[in-house]
Design a protein around this ligand. Structure first.
Ligand code: FES
Length: 270
């Protein structure tokens, strides 16, 4: 539950924002006043207001990523007061409301920081590494156009529920930003488990986990060292138990592949 101030009227805060014109430019924090802010504004709406003001005086607006603004696309990714997605639990940046802050607060806003997420500009990072992991195996190969009746493939309720939990991952990267090792194992574990729990995911199960873990390691993400910062900041509350599930899947797949060496394969995790 967000600790919200009982502010009923508009108020003012200071934004301390990371400004960086490009990946090879020096960056620094710059303070901006955000005045006459409604407590019912979302954090991104407040940034819009600040950017309007910057544009009017001929300054460069703050670059930040967003799309759905409903907590479902995973695009809005910044660290607010040291926490990926800011105050609250189980919400993305776009679901943070200004009533979570109070008059005169200084709010520090930074991009997600990880070597595998190179900075593009200000608060915007390149999270293409997640796309590459998905492309390595986060799918099933089936003939489309001839889907069997859903009831002809029974799925145990427990597996269906777990698969749905894993499928709620929006790929925002908060897990990486929160982890001291910049590990992507919660993200990869969710994607591996989502398909590995379903009958349709079985034919490619081994190939999938080996390929996705290999791609994860090649992208420069670190290993899990069981601090669980990832699940603590996940906007979808995905549990780190999925990391243990992925590690079991990975070892079983490695065993079945006769321990053929998999370059860069992960050996860490829960
Ligand atoms: S903008 Fe889509 S999750 Fe925040």
């Amino acid at each position: 539950m967000v600790a919200e101030h009982s502010v009923k009227k508009n108020f003012s805060v200071t934004l301390r924002v990371w400004r960086q014109a490009g990946p090879n430019q020096p960056g620094k924090f710059v303070d901006y006043p955000a005045t006459d802010i409604s407590p019912d504004m979302s954090f991104l709406e407040m940034l819009d207001v600040v950017n309007d003001g910057l544009t009017k005086i001929g300054d460069e607006p703050i670059a930040f990523a967003h799309d759905c603004r409903e907590g479902i696309c995973g695009t809005c990714s910044c660290t607010i007061n040291g926490k990926p997605h800011g105050p609250g639990k189980g919400i993305a940046t776009c679901q943070v409301y200004m009533r979570s802050f109070g008059e005169g607060d200084v709010i520090v806003v930074e991009p997600f920081r990880a070597r595998a997420f190179p900075l593009i500009k200000d608060l915007v990072t390149n999270r293409e590494a997640f796309d590459k992991i998905q492309q390595a195996g986060g799918f099933i190969s089936v003939r489309t156009g001839a889907a069997p009746d859903a009831n002809s493939i029974p799925v145990p309720k427990e597996d269906a529920d777990l698969a749905m939990d894993a499928a709620s991952c929006i790929g925002c990267g908060a897990c990486v930003a929160a982890c001291k090792n910049a590990s992507a194992m919660l993200f990869v574990a969710a994607k591996v488990s989502q398909l590995g729990l379903m009958p349709q995911g079985q034919p490619e199960r081994d190939k999938r986990v080996l390929a996705m873990v290999k791609t994860m390691d090649e992208a420069g993400f670190g290993n899990c060292s069981n601090q669980y910062e990832c699940s603590a900041v996940c906007p979808k509350l995905i549990t780190h138990d999925f990391i243990a599930r992925m590690n079991r899947d990975y070892l079983a797949a490695l065993f079945r592949s006769n321990f053929k060496p998999v370059s860069g394969a992960s050996d860490g995790g829960a």
